[in-house]
Design a protein around this ligand. Sequence first.
Ligand SMILES: C[S@@+](CC[C@H](N)C(=O)[O-])C[C@H]1O[C@@H](n2cnc3c(N)ncnc32)[C@H](O)[C@@H]1O
Length: 273
Amino acid sequence: MASSANGYVHGYHSREAERLTDQAGSLVELLHCDTAYADGSRVLEAGCGTGAQTVTLARNSPGARFTSIDISAGSLEEARARVTAIGATNVAFAQADLHALPFAAASFDHVFVCFVLEHVPDPDAALACLSAVLKPGGTITVIEGDHGSTYFHPDSDAAHRAIACQVELQRRAGGNALIGRELYPLLTRARFDAVSISPRMVYVDSSRPRLVEGFTRRTFTAMIEGVREAALAAKLIDAAAFDQGIRDLYRTAEADGVFCYTFFKGVAHNPPI
Ligand SMILES: C[S@@+](CC[C@H](N)C(=O)[O-])C[C@H]1O[C@@H](n2cnc3c(N)ncnc32)[C@H](O)[C@@H]1O
């Protein structure tokens, strides 16, 4: 299927792993500040990738027991190493497709899924599969970005065109880089209760050098830059225009630049039986 390891638009090479780490590192507080699981609770992290979120989950909820799954064996290996490196012992890993989870119904108290629904061709089906392994009354937490929420100074048509290439390539791979705005309808349609969505805006100017480096440069712009060859091969844009767009994105990281992006975090409950 299109969300398989081969169809993953960002690829699995080391620069992508580094990008996800930078992303997690610069956004930990914004995305995780209100997520903590009770001692003894069982939590499924679906699509853990290289463990960028796993380490924060394990650290913030040391008494919870995490099962972190991903379809990619290579990513799981990195995730395992990363969790071992911080000395956490509350995470078990398994290679699995979230559409065919090897767990009994109602196995988990909570489900956590971050930056994964944007890559699956049928997020409704994915949520149904996650709901099935969640206990009645258990919570699901979903975090997604939305590239349509990107605006910056100085503004640049070329930068918007380069971003649009990434959005289009992700669409062609079966994903949706604009999925953040859809979390409420998605979770509601999946029959979760008490759906609550909170937008988490990242605001970056040069008074926040950690975010300039960790988010504007190494996360967002690096991600767009990473689709250069694919965008050119698909003839979505010519090289000069794409490269101008990337230069303009880096330009927003200079002293007078500003960069804004909004993530969406949804929390909802599995309905009681
Ligand atoms: C952008 S990464 C996010 C990783 C991690 N959650 C994070 O926030 O850093 C998306 C991950 O979803 C995984 N994935 C995509 N489709 C999947 C599926 N059907 N089942 C399990 N994992 C999947 C990919 O292998 C990849 O590791």
